[in-house]
Design a protein around this ligand. Structure first.
Ligand code: GAP
Length: 453
C-alpha cells in the first residue's frame, strides 16, 4: 500500500484532486475534486444508489435541503449534544481533540470520562504534539455544527445551521413519503448529499474534512424486526464494499461499546478500513430506535407515526441507519487499488478499479498521428454506444500511453493501426493482465461488456 503522500501526489498529478483555493494560498484541509475525481466520486455514489435503493423494491430517493429549520437540530439533539471535547495549548495556540490526545498517549477509550477527568489526565502527562509545552487550557465542548444566519428572518430563525448529517432531512419527510407514495413499513429512504462539521482537527487528506458527502439510508421497521434488519444490513454492507473492490483483510467491524454510542443510537457497528495512516471508520450501521421520529413528533406540529391499516394500530417505527462518507470510501479504494507493479521492463502504476467505478471505461489510441482522423471517427462512434465515458489518447509512444491509462484506471485500451484501415479490426489491451487481442470493430462493445470486471 502506498503512503498518504504518494497517494495525494498521484491523485493531484492525474487530475483526481486539487488543493482547495490554491490560487489564494489555499485553505487548510480543503480539497477540490478534479475531472477524474469527480467521475470516480459520481460512480461510487451511483453504485451506492443502485445497490441500496434501485435494486430494492421498497426504498425511496430523497433530496432534502442542506439548511433546515433550526428546531430540527434542537429535536435531533445536535444543538445540545453534538460536540467534541477540545483543548488548547496556551503556548502555541494549537487546538486538539482531547479524546484523541488521551487515546494516542494511553491507549484507552475516554468516552466514559468527564471533561474534568480528561483535563486532569492531559495536564498530568501529555505534552503538546506541536510545541512540546505542557501549558494547557481545560477541556471544553466544541460545537460541531456550522452556524450561519439569514438576514430577513425573525429572531428564532436567525441562527441557522448547515446540516451535520443528511438523515434529519429524511426523518422530517417521513410523513410526506408515507402519504404521497403509500409507503408501507418496512421501507427505506436513501439520500446522498453534502454534510458539514466544524471538526476540531481535520486531516489525513480527505479522511476528516469540514465539508463532505454522505450516503445515508434510513430503513423504517417495526421494533420487533429491528435486530433482523440490522443483521441483514451488515451483510449488504459487506457485499457492497466487495463490489467497490475493498478486500476483507483491510476491513474490520467494530461494535461500538455502550458508553461510546452517539446520543441517538441503541447499537452501532462501525466498519473500519486499514488506511495508510492506520485504521479509520468508513461507515456506520446504527439502530436509532424511535429516537428521531419520537422527538420530531413531540416538538413539531405533526405526529411522525405509522398507521398499520391491517392491524388498525399506530406506532413509531424503529430506524436502521446505514451511513457512509463518499470521500472516505474513495480514499479506501485508492489505498487498496492504486498499485505499483513489476513488469518485464521495470514497473508500472496501475489503478485496478472495478469497471463500474473507473472514470473511463476505455481509451482509443491511434498508433500514429497519421491515422488520427480514422481513430477519432471510431472514438466518436463508441461514445454513442452507451459503454460509458471513453477518452482519446494521442501523441507519444503507445507504451507510454498505455501506462497513462493504467494509472487512471481505464480498463481497455483500443489501438487503431494501419491494418485497421483495411481489416476493420483493432487491438484491445486489458489493463490488469496487459494481454492484447485483435478483435472486430463491430464487436468492441460486446467484448468490453463480456470482459469487464
Ligand atoms: N447519520 C449518522 C452519522 O452521520 P457519523 O458516524 O457521524 O454518523 C457517518 O457519520 C459517516 O460520515 C462516517 O462513517 C464517515 O464516513 C463520514 N464522515 C463523518 N464525519 C466526516 C468528516 N469530518 N469528514 C469526512 N467524512 C466524514
Amino acid at each position: 500500500m502506498k503512503n498518504t503522500k504518494e497517494i495525494i501526489s498521484h491523485l493531484k498529478d492525474k487530475g483526481f484532486v486539487y488543493s482547495g483555493s490554491s490560487i489564494y494560498g489555499g485553505l487548510a484541509n480543503s480539497w477540490d475534486f478534479g475531472p477524474l475525481g469527480t467521475m470516480l466520486k459520481n460512480n461510487i455514489k451511483d453504485s451506492w444508489k443502485t445497490f441500496f435503493i434501485d435494486q430494492e423494491e421498497n426504498i425511496y430517493h430523497l433530496d432534502s435541503s442542506i439548511i433546515l429549520n433550526s428546531k430540527v437540530w434542537k429535536s435531533s439533539g445536535h444543538i445540545d449534544k453534538f460536540n467534541d471535547p477540545m483543548i488548547d495549548c496556551k503556548s502555541c495556540k494549537e487546538r486538539f481533540r482531547a479524546d484523541h490526545l488521551i487515546e494516542e498517549e494511553n491507549n484507552i477509550n475516554v468516552d466514559s470520562l468527564s471533561f474534568e477527568e480528561q483535563t486532569k489526565m492531559i495536564h498530568k502527562n501529555i505534552k503538546c504534539p506541536n510545541c512540546k509545552a505542557s501549558n494547557w487550557t481545560n477541556v471544553r465542548a466544541f460545537e460541531l455544527m456550522f452556524k450561519t444566519s439569514s438576514s430577513k428572518t425573525n429572531e428564532d430563525e436567525s441562527n441557522l445551521y448547515l446540516r451535520p448529517e443528511t438523515a434529519q432531512g429524511v426523518f422530517i419527510n417521513f410523513n410526506n413519503v408515507v402519504n404521497t407514495l403509500n409507503a408501507k413499513v418496512p421501507f427505506g429512504i436513501g439520500q446522498v448529499g453534502k454534510a458539514f462539521r466544524n471538526e476540531v482537527t481535520p486531516g489525513n487528506f480527505i479522511f476528516r474534512t469540514k465539508e463532505f458527502e454522505q450516503l445515508e439510508l434510513e430503513f423504517f421497521v417495526e421494533e420487533k424486526d429491528a435486530n433482523k434488519s440490522f443483521e441483514e444490513y451488515l451483510q449488504k454492507i459487506r457485499n457492497f464494499l466487495e463490489i467497490l473492490g475493498l478486500s476483507s483483510k483491510n476491513l474490520k467491524e467494530y461494535k461500538v461499546p455502550k458508553e461510546s454510542l452517539a446520543h441517538y443510537s441503541l447499537g452501532t457497528t462501525d466498519f473500519e478500513y486499514k488506511f495508510p495512516f492506520g485504521w479509520g471508520e468508513i461507515l456506520g450501521l446504527a439502530n436509532r430506535g424511535g429516537f428521531d421520529l419520537e422527538n420530531h413528533s413531540k416538538n413539531s406540529n405533526e405526529k411522525m407515526e405509522y398507521f398499520d391499516q391491517a392491524n388498525n394500530r399506530r406506532y413509531t417505527p424503529f430506524v436502521i441507519e446505514t451511513s457512509m462518507g463518499v470521500e472516505r470510501l474513495l480514499f479506501a479504494i485508492v489505498s487498496e487499488l492504486l498499485i505499483t507493479e513489476k513488469t518485464s521492463d521495470g514497473e508500472r502504476e496501475v489503478f485496478k478499479l472495478p469497471f463500474n467505478i473507473a472514470p473511463y471505461k476505455a481509451s482509443v489510441l491511434p498508433l500514429t498521428n497519421k491515422i488520427e482522423k480514422e481513430a477519432k471517427d471510431l472514438f466518436k462512434l463508441l461514445l454513442k454506444e452507451n459503454i460509458g465515458p471513453i477518452n482519446f489518447s494521442k501523441g507519444g509512444s503507445i507504451g507510454k500511453r498505455y501506462r497513462k491509462q493504467d494509472a487512471i484506471g481505464t480498463m481497455f485500451a483500443i489501438t487503431y493501426d494501419f491494418d485497421s484501415l483495411k481489416d476493420k479490426m483493432v487491438t484491445i489491451r486489458h489493463r490488469d493482465t496487459m494481454k492484447q487481442e485483435r478483435i472486430k470493430i463491430k464487436g468492441i462493445k460486446e467484448y468490453i461488456f463480456n470482459n469487464a470486471r
